[in-house]
Design a protein around this ligand. Structure first.
Ligand code: ZN
Length: 320
């Protein structure tokens, strides 16, 4: 089978590898699509210096192509979203059956199970309540997902801030009650006006940028919740801890690492997708073949106008 290997910054090679064999509790999954994650871009650009070669890809959907002896509840041909930590940019992956969830009739290139799990877990952790005023900083893919899930919890206002007009237009189309271009308006002023000076009950940081961390507290009420959804790795990032401490903020880090929580979020997310309560179709703006994976990563870095999410679609020319 073909599999993409990142051999150095800006360099993918498509290698030929044996199809992995599922153990008794595993599924072999023919990959339909694997999303390009923002967390993978530093290895691609070389801004971080990981140990190459890397086998990236963890946002996998596909079709069950073999079932381990002890597995129950899955059959060959079942569409699934799965959790893997690597090797998703391949024709096949092996996963424990416990890390696979039915994808129903959802278009497989829009399933994106892993980021959906993250967003579900972030919104559950934030525990948005009926009537809350919510601010989302960042209207990229994760911001959009979080916004859709926040909306399911019945907030009063959903105020979305970003630096890109097209991103804010999409947030508006998803139902934001107010969008704020932070290059044109001061977000704290807008939130103050919309909440009669009370400020937001819950603020989500969905950009992964240091600047957004400074803004979180400026838009949130005393004892409100600050929720970190963005990916904040690399050198230490300063936060105004004195002010956060003074304001008695409830800090919630929504970067989940433990597998049971990830899988629980994935189960919930896939249930919402299959029921049609949630639809990620409009977010997948760029699709690439496995052979063009480099272009997929370049596009995810460049974020051209209208870009939300790139995914690599894996065709199976030899399948019957
Ligand atoms: Zn991801």
């Amino acid at each position: 089978m073909r599999t993409a290997v990142l051999t150095g910054p800006g360099r993918f090679e498509i290698e030929d590898a044996p199809v992995p064999r599922p153990g008794p509790d595993d599924l072999l999954v023919a990959v339909a699509a694997c999303g390009v994650c923002a967390s993978e871009l530093e290895a691609w650009t070389g801004r971080s210096s990981p140990d190459y070669p890397l086998r990236l890809g963890h946002e996998v959907s596909g079709t069950v192509s073999a079932v381990g002896d002890r597995v129950q509840g899955f059959s060959v041909g079942d569409p699934v979203g799965v959790w893997v930590t690597e090797r998703g940019f391949s024709e096949h992956v092996v996963v424990p059956a416990s890390a696979a969830f039915p994808a129903g009739h959802v278009r497989l290139d829009t399933v994106l199970a892993e980021p959906l799990a993250c967003a579900v877990n972030a919104v559950d952790l934030a525990d948005v309540r009926l009537g809350d005023d919510v601010v989302l900083i960042g209207a990229g893919f994760m911001g959009h997902l979080a916004q859709q899930l926040v909306a399911l919890r019945g907030p009063r206002q959903v105020i979305v801030a970003d630096t890109r007009r097209d991103a804010l237009d999409r947030a508006g189309a998803l139902g934001a009650t107010r969008t704020v271009h932070v290059g044109e308006e001061r977000l704290p002023d807008v939130v103050a006006e919309l909440t009669d000076g009370r400020m937001a009950d819950v603020t989500f940081e969905c950009t992964g940028t240091p600047a957004a961390l400074q803004t979180l507290g400026e838009v949130t009420r005393m004892s409100g919740k600050l929720v970190l959804v963005g990916f904040h790795q690399g050198p230490p990032r300063p936060v105004p801890l004195g002010y956060w401490n003074w304001m008695a903020y409830d800090l919630r880090n929504a970067h989940f690492r433990d597998v049971p929580t990830i899988l629980a979020g994935m189960r919930t997310g896939l249930r919402l997708l299959c029921a049609g309560v949630l639809d990620l179709g409009r977010h997948v703006t760029h699709r690439f073949e496995l052979a063009d994976i480099a272009e997929a990563f370049d596009t995810a870095v460049a974020k051209p106008e209208g870009f939300v999410k790139a995914t690599v679609v894996v065709d199976h020319p030899h399948a019957g």
